[in-house]
Unconditional design. Sequence first.
Length: 115
Amino acid sequence: MSTSAQALSASSQVPDFSGYIAGTDQTSSRAYSYFMVGSMGLITAAGAKSTVTDFLTNMSASSDVLALAKVEVDIGSIPEGKNVIIKVSNRTHESSFIAPARNERRKRCERLGPS
């Protein structure tokens, strides 16, 4: 050891912090750590679920779009490997599905109020 290190160790005193150390045992601190990790996992899972639910709700088709998409086709009459183009010509039938769906959407928006 050098002389400067000896002089430094002789002149410096390290304070005693033993009075500040809590008298807890190993099991209680381990239980606290497990509780905190579990709580953070629970909060993270709830946040992820909320995010996924909001995303799927916003990306789902509305009722009027689903009403336009309803088409009934007999699959058995289509030969294997062939393509079929379906053209919708009965507009009155479609409007009977679309109008109630749009009214429902309008009522829901009025109930929620302005954003």
